[in-house]
Design a protein around this ligand. Structure first.
Ligand code: SF4
Ligand code: SF4
Length: 380
């Protein structure tokens, strides 16, 4: 995208920003960086100045534009309704066209082209988490036909800390009698990291492949444990089948009596992942699941639901600026500590990684769990 195209697509939106600054206290990056160029208002001013020819693209604009988490918290409180995150993702396309972007993104783009996953692993190993479920034959869930496809996503497929999430979800669906399949090596990255990197034109081939594989299986629904995959499929792919986040399916299974839950004695707080809550509108189902587990005392974070604070893992910031990501994660941990909960539950593998890693580094006495893990514990 060049500046002329950026102007056409973004000018009316960015011109809505009246510079009131209401969004500043809601932006986690601004809260840790404390500088205008790291705020939604500052980023919008940069977008506008670039469009108006008053500011050239540079290393400085790169730094500001690539430090946004894409969390959407600014829009939630903006009376003018400016969707800053969408403006920033378009700005990133412009930065890429001008060769002013974090070059680490090229590595990920290359991995996605060659191996179709973000970590450059052999894509045939996508289903290796199945080994965590003892007593299963190899590739047990890689069936040719099924009612439901479980789209696992790159992080939960390849990052050891998150592999228990698909293993747990598979266990629950098995127990609840869901006829599901995974695509194994035929599942390719959904393309979400490329959208955040300002390279959305590279998503098409991934999308076409995934859609074709879904058609081959003849599934009527797709379930996701990853909120970002869910969000990408819902907003970009828009297939002709039903889409569920895992929390929605779990809520339904519990209410239909397909799984029964025993008690867990814990004080739990729930962290709304940005792409599940604010960006996809799923707030209540994960809470319903937690409330269905006897013995759990659910305490809310000070900023919850639409006002939830990002864990620091969004918008490719962890890849581009891990220190900034860690400082946002620390802010999240401080908020969690204030609730007095012994356990924080989320419904996203990236939130799990970001919060658990920071809690471990800080030697914090906190259980960090995914919703699926809570359900499996209560099933046992
Ligand atoms: S983005 Fe919205 S809330 Fe923020 S300064 Fe602009 S108008 Fe105000
Ligand atoms: S999307 Fe999130 S990180 Fe980006 S400007 Fe808005 S509040 Fe800040």
């Amino acid at each position: 995208m060049n500046i002329v195209q950026l102007k056409k697509l973004s000018y009316d939106e960015v011109a809505k920003c009246n510079r009131c600054g209401f969004c500043l206290p809601n932006c986690p990056v601004y809260k840790v960086e404390k500088k205008e160029s790291a705020s939604p208002r500052g980023r919008n001013a940069i977008t506008r100045a670039v469009i108006e020819g008053k500011l050239p693209l540079s290393g400085d604009t790169e730094q500001s534009i690539f430090s946004c988490l894409g969390c959407g918290a600014c829009t939630q409180v903006c009376l003018s309704g400016v969707v800053t995150k969408d403006l920033i993702f378009r700005d990133r396309e412009c930065q890429v066209a001008g060769d002013l972007y974090p070059k680490i993104a090229d590595r990920v783009a290359k991995f996605l082209e060659s191996e179709h996953n973000i970590s450059d692993d052999d894509n045939e190993e996508r289903g290796e988490w199945q080994e965590l479920i003892k007593g299963l034959p190899d590739q047990a869930f890689e069936k040719k036909h099924a009612d439901v496809i479980f789209f696992v996503g790159c992080v939960a497929s390849f990052f050891p800390m998150a592999q228990k999430i698909p293993a747990n979800m598979a266990r629950i669906m098995q127990k609840g009698g869901v006829d599901f399949a995974i695509l194994g090596g035929e599942e390719w990255c959904c393309g979400f990291p490329l959208i955040g990197a300002g390279m959305p034109d590279k998503v098409r081939s991934l999308m076409d492949h995934n859609l074709e594989k879904i058609r081959d299986v003849g599934a009527k629904a797709i379930v996701f444990t990853c909120p970002s995959c869910f969000h990408t499929w819902k907003n970009l792919y828009q297939p002709d089948v039903e889409l569920y986040h895992a929390s929605q399916m779990l809520d339904r299974m519990i209410k239909d009596g397909r799984i029964t839950l025993k008690g867990i004695n814990a004080t739990v707080t729930y962290h709304d992942p940005c792409d599940l809550g604010r960006n996809s509108g799923v707030f209540e189902e994960p809470r319903e699941v937690l409330k269905a587990i006897p013995g759990i005392r659910l305490v809310e974070l000070a900023n919850n639901r639409q006002l939830s604070v990002c864990c620091g893992g969004g918008g490719n910031v962890e890849m581009v600026n891990p220190d900034l990501s860690a400082r946002v994660a620390q802010m999240k941990l401080d908020e969690i500590a204030e609730t007095g909960a012994d356990t924080v539950v989320s419904a996203c593998q990236q939130c799990l990684r970001t919060v658990a890693t920071r809690a471990r580094r800080q030697k914090m006495n906190l259980n960090v769990k995914d919703l699926t893990e809570m359900v499996v514990e209560a099933m046992n």
